[in-house]
Design a protein around this ligand. Structure first.
Ligand code: ADP
Ligand code: MG
Length: 234
C-alpha cells in the first residue's frame, strides 16, 4: 500500500548569515491512512519545519515529499495549490478564527474557496461541527467560545475539504489538561473515522499514548517511529 504521506531523505536548509542552518537532516517518514503519529522533540528541533514541508508550503532543499503517491515537486504551482486545498488539512497552534464570523461561517469560507455552493457547504459545516462536539454552538462567534471550543472549530475547518493528510502543530499549547486530552482524543477519532494520515506535533509527552506511534526529532534528525504505548514506559 502506498502511504498517504511519505517523506524520503528530506533536507531543508535555511539561509543563516554566511552559511545555512539545516532544519531537516535526511528525514524519512511514512504515515498510512487511518494512523495518527505524534511528532515529539525539543523546541527548535525542526518539527514545524517538517509540517511545512509535508504541507507543501515549503519546498525542501532536497528529497521527496509525496501525498497519496503524488510527488509534490513534480506539480505545477497551480496543481500544488490545489493539492493543498483538496488533500491536506492544516491545524496551526493558534486557531486564527475571524472575530466577526460564527462557527459555521468559519468553516464555510474554506469551502467557498473550493467553489462549493453555500447550501452544500453549510450542510457539511454543520455535520463537521457535530463531529467535533459543537452542534449546539454553530451560531457562536469566537469570543463566545472557550479555547478548547475554538480549537475544535479549527479542527472542523481543516476537515472541510475531506483531506487525506491532516497536519497539526501543538494543538494543546493553550489548553488545560482536560481539554488537551479531549482534543487529542478527537484527533485520534477523526483520524480513524475519516481514514486520515495525521501528524500531530506535541511538546506534551502525556498525550502521546492517545496516538498510534511517536517519532522524535533532535537537531533536524528524525528517529524512526515507535508504537506510542512503548514510549510511555521507555
Ligand atoms: P520546532 O518546531 O521543533 O520548534 P522549527 O522547525 O520551528 O522547530 O525550527 C527548526 C530550526 O529552523 C530552528 O533552528 C529555527 O530557528 C530554524 N527556522 C525555522 N524557521 C525558519 C525560517 N523561516 N528561517 C530561518 N530559520 C528558521
Ligand atoms: Mg514549532
Amino acid at each position: 500500500m502506498t502511504p498517504a504521506l511519505s517523506l524520503t531523505d528530506v533536507v531543508l536548509d535555511y539561509p543563516d548569515g554566511e552559511g545555512t542552518l539545516r532544519a531537516l537532516d535526511r528525514v524519512d517518514l511514512d504515515v498510512d491512512a487511518g494512523r495518527i503519529l505524534s511528532l515529539a522533540g525539543p523546541s527548535g528541533s525542526g518539527k514545524s519545519s517538517l509540517l511545512a514541508v509535508a504541507a507543501a508550503l515549503t519546498r525542501p532543499t532536497s528529497g521527496r515529499v509525496a501525498v497519496g503517491g503524488t510527488d509534490v515537486a513534480e506539480l505545477a504551482p497551480r496543481e500544488r495549490a490545489r493539492l493543498r486545498l483538496e488533500r491536506i488539512g492544516i491545524v496551526f497552534q493558534q486557531p486564527n478564527l475571524l472575530g466577526s464570523l460564527t462557527a459555521v461561517e468559519q468553516l464555510q469560507i474554506a469551502a467557498h474557496l473550493r467553489g462549493a455552493s453555500p447550501a452544500a457547504s453549510r450542510a457539511r459545516a454543520l455535520e463537521l461541527l457535530e463531529v467535533v462536539g459543537l452542534a449546539e454552538s454553530s451560531h457562536r462567534r469566537p469570543h463566545q467560545l472557550s479555547g478548547g471550543q475554538r480549537q475544535r472549530v479549527n479542527i472542523a475547518r481543516a476537515l472541510m475539504g475531506s483531506p487525506q493528510v491532516l497536519l497539526v502543530d501543538e494543538p494543546t499549547a493553550a489548553l488545560d489538561h482536560e481539554r488537551s486530552a479531549a482534543i487529542v482524543a478527537l484527533l485520534a477519532r477523526a483520524t480513524r473515522d475519516f481514514g486520515l494520515a495525521t501528524v500531530m506535533v506535541t511538546h506534551d509527552t502525556e498525550y502521546i499514548p492517545l496516538t498510534d506511534a511517536v517519532a522524535t526529532m533532535h537537531g533536524g534528525r528524525l528517529a524512526p517511529a515507535v508504537p506510542a504505548g512503548a514510549s510511555a514506559s521507555a
